[in-house]
Ligand binder design. Structure first.
Ligand code: NAP
Ligand code: G4F
Length: 303
């Protein structure tokens, strides 16, 4: 009997890579999509015929329970969230509703429908916030955005359901991971897209925010593999997933412009309106626990 999995956030960057991975392993894949006046299936159009999409929303408890009842999954991956940190200051309440309380809603639905389902929660290195690197599973949290605060709620909700109801619930504390499918508002795609457009004469200049912030950037395809591995383990744990190498936004910009033969100094300027009310200055993860217990290692480098 093939395993089945239910993915919230299947239309997002990670959801699309995870769905591909699970299909390649013979899973029956179900995905949650929210109602929109415009279909938004660009990232999964190439696998749409192989998966089953179910309507629902993280804001609606009943729709989550119905989707679980319909799909009868062995595993649930909760990837849906308001995931853009900058927007979390302008929409803090909605971010809390999606990204924090959405986790409780799905955990409650699992508890009611079938507490044996294995659960993955998409936690984030943004929860470490101002705590200096290297950050591991033992590092204290100090989030710096409404998004980080909401993710921390979801993280502890996951641990609490594991401890209260003996559920197989894991939290992956993932550091930044990118791909050609990354939303254009995130800095890696904003920069690579602008460098390409400038090279082609379609854009003159690029405005950027904090050039000195440092991130531990990996590849989304490697990181969804870690999500799956967590749910195959004998026991549920929480894991940091990272490359252990950190680069500044300035290094990213320099590399991207150099790749198309341009000097970024001629095209890039700092726009103070893009600076955040509170910044996460320096993230660099220590994923040695995941390497030791899951055998996970990233395959794709920053470059
Ligand atoms: P993403 O591309 O922004 O995708 C977010 C997904 O959530 C989309 O499918 C979106 O659906 C869905 N969604 C948002 N609100 C929803 C709601 N109310 N009900 C149902 N679905 C909703 O994010 P990602 O980069 O793939 O990240 C996946 C998860 O990992 C997120 O939880 C993110 O916070 C977390 N995370 C990401 C990273 C990273 O570096 N990428 C690092 C750590 C943690 P629509 O298509 O309808 O908008
Ligand atoms: O690409 P970013 O917007 O990603 P951020 O804020 O690190 O969040 C991402 O990673 C988290 C994991 O740590 C996830 F949980 C979260 O869902 C998301 O996927 O910004 C990266 C850095 C920041 O320091 C930001 O201030 O780039 C800096 N930055 C400088 N100029 C900019 C810009 N970021 C964006 N998006 N746009 C700019 O113009």
């Amino acid at each position: 009997m093939p395993k089945s999995a239910f993915i919230t956030g299947i239309t997002g960057q990670d959801g699309s890579y995870l769905a591909e991975l699970l299909l390649s392993k013979g899973y029956k894949v179900f995905g949650l999509v929210r109602r929109s006046s415009n279909t938004n299936l660009e990232r999964i159009s190439h696998i749409e015929r192989d998966i089953t999409l179910l309507q629902g929303d993280l804001l609606d408890q009943n729709s989550l329970a119905n989707a679980i009842r319909h799909s009868q999954p062995d595993e649930i991956y909760n990837l849906a969230a308001q995931s853009f940190v900058a927007t979390s200051w302008s929409q803090p309440e909605l971010t809390g509703q999606f990204t924090a309380l959405g986790v409780t809603r799905i955990l409650e639905a699992i508890k009611t429908e079938n507490p044996k389902i294995r659960f993955y929660q998409a936690s984030s290195s943004e929860m470490f916030g101002s705590t200096p690197p290297p950050q591991s599973e033992r590092t204290p949290f100090h989030p710096r955005s409404p998004y980080g605060v909401s993710k921390l709620y979801g993280h502890y909700a996951t641990i609490n359901y594991r401890e209260s109801y003996d559920m197989f619930a894991c939290s992956g504390i993932l550091f930044n991971h990118e791909s050609p499918r990354r939303g254009l508002e995130f800095v890696t795609r904003k920069v690579s897209n602008a460098a390409a457009q400038i090279k082609l004469g379609l854009l003159d200049k690029m405005k950027i925010g904090n050039l000195e912030a440092k991130r531990d950037w990996g590849f989304a395809g490697d990181y969804v593999r870690a999500m799956w591995m967590m749910l195959q383990a004998d026991q549920p744990y929480d894991y940091v997933i990272a490359t252990g190498i950190s680069k500044s936004v300035r290094e990213l910009v320099e590399l991207a412009f150099k790749a198309v033969g341009l000097n970024y100094h001629d095209y890039v300027s700092v726009d103070p309106s893009l600076l955040r009310p509170a910044e996460v200055d320096y993230l660099c993860g220590d994923a040695s626990y995941a390497e030791k217990h899951l055998g996970w290692k990233p395959a794709v480098s920053f470059e």
